[in-house]
Design a protein around this ligand. Structure first.
Ligand code: C5P
Length: 401
């Protein structure tokens, strides 16, 4: 199903353009919303009115329409979609895409997009087999453009061979497969903790730490991008909310634990928060005053260990529980000990000794400690760590099926 998916359908010139009308219906039947761009060539075969009626949206045709640009610029048009679909993709538009030409709205959107592009080529058999077209196809494939068809068969031009556009239903199937493949965690639930906790001393003071929340937020974003229903329980941070996550803001360790327990069940839990180990036993209800009798003594109590609690949860333990170990020495040895002490499955150990700039910085060096041994990851950005971890989680959850 394509519920909630936004598709930008680019209809270029070719006799197969009439099939794009049926494709709009097939995609919408599956729950997608479809917005259309019609090239000048495409408009020789289908009318903006037909596409507009079937998509129940405005059809975009002209790059230099001031009204269109004011309402929805070509950049935004290409980025608002989850997938750009070129149906039919003529030899001409494929050549323009391969060479980065942008001389109309369709090709400009294709060059400006940050989304995946899928094309359904349709052309005469000789145009298809021509070395120029084949070279363009190779370039596009190498760049990650997705292809559906063409098939072999009778053509409108009277010839026979490859170049015939895939049928609308097959194109809709390819679109569904694309979203399924790009959301391998769909149907899975993920819980991530991130940031520091604040432990109140009195109404104006608290105990905190330097955690920025960068790593935990990036992990939640990466899991959500793979389709997991992701709850991010975050202490106070300046990080923006990642797209598509269920965000729960907390302050203290106890609030964080309560929010995590409420978010269960989950298939995977990643505890990336730097939870304060201790809190002040009795929080003062009024601001503590300086007095002449010296400094106050703060009696401390140990906070609950969220990672250990989730790992030990009797009925609701996530299939995969992952913690971090920030160490300044003997990183891997301490991480192995922490893994068994906390009862989690994986520990991502990282060196936070002075000079590494890990705390609050953009990079991280990880050693993944699991029952299978140790994986040493090269130094990389926290976003790349998140991507790699999300891929490993996907693999692991897939393997457990
Ligand atoms: O014991 P330590 O703080 O080094 O353990 C780090 C790991 O344990 C991290 O994954 C952190 O999120 C988690 N942790 C926790 N609750 C605590 C302390 C740590 O979840 N109270």
């Amino acid at each position: 199903m394509l519920h909630g998916k936004r598709i930008l359908l680019i209809v270029s010139g070719g006799i197969a353009a009439y099939k794009s009308l049926e494709l709009v219906r097939r995609l919408r039947e599956r729950g997608a919303s479809v917005r259309c761009v019609l090239t000048r060539g495409g408009a020789q075969f289908v009318t903006p009115l037909s596409l507009s009626a079937l998509s129940e949206d405005k059809v975009y045709t002209d790059l230099f329409s001031l009204t269109d640009e004011a309402e929805m610029g070509h950049i935004q048009l290409s980025r608002d979609a989850d997938l750009l679909l070129v149906v039919p993709a003529s030899a001409d538009i494929l050549a323009k895409m391969a060479h980065g030409q942008a001389d109309d709205l369709a090709t400009t959107a294709l060059l400006a997009t940050d989304k995946d592009v899928m094309v359904a080529p349709a052309m005469n058999v000789r145009m298809w087999t021509h070395a120029a077209t084949q070279a363009n196809l190779a370039t596009l494939r190498e760049r990650g453009v997705h292809f559906v068809g063409p098939t072999e068969g009778d053509m409108a031009c009277g010839e026979f061979g490859p170049g015939r556009m895939a049928e609308p239903n097959d194109i809709a199937d390819a679109v569904s497969d694309f979203f399924e493949d790009s959301a391998p965690l769909s149907g899975r639930r993920a819980l991530v903790t991130s940031g520091p906790t604040h432990e109140a001393i009195d109404p104006v003071r608290y105990i905190a730490n330097r955690s920025s929340g960068k790593q935990g937020h990036a992990i939640a974003a990466a899991l959500a991008r793979r389709g997991a229903h992701t709850t991010l329980v975050a202490g106070p941070t300046n990080q923006p909310d990642p797209a598509g996550v269920n965000m729960i803001r907390v302050e203290s360790a106890r609030e964080m634990l309560a929010a995590c327990e409420k978010a269960l069940p989950a298939d995977v839990a990643v505890c990336a928060a730097a939870v304060a180990d201790w809190r002040v036993t009795t929080e003062a209800t009024e601001k503590m005053k300086k007095s002449g009798t010296g400094v106050p003594t703060l009696e401390m109590t140990e906070n609950p260990d969220i990672l250990a609690t989730l790992s030990a949860a009797a009925n609701t333990r996530p299939a995969l529980v992952i913690g971090f170990a920030a160490e300044t020495e003997n990183v891997v040895e301490y991480a192995q000990a922490k893994r068994s002490k906390k009862g989690c499955d994986w520990i991502l150990a990282n060196d936070v000794s002075p000079g590494t700039d890990t705390f609050g910085g953009t990079d991280n060096t990880i050693h993944l400690v699991s029952a299978d041994g140790i994986e040493d990851w090269p130094r990389m950005s926290k976003t790349d760590v998140a991507e790699r971890l999300a891929d490993r989680i996907t693999e692991q959850l897939g393997a457990g099926e």
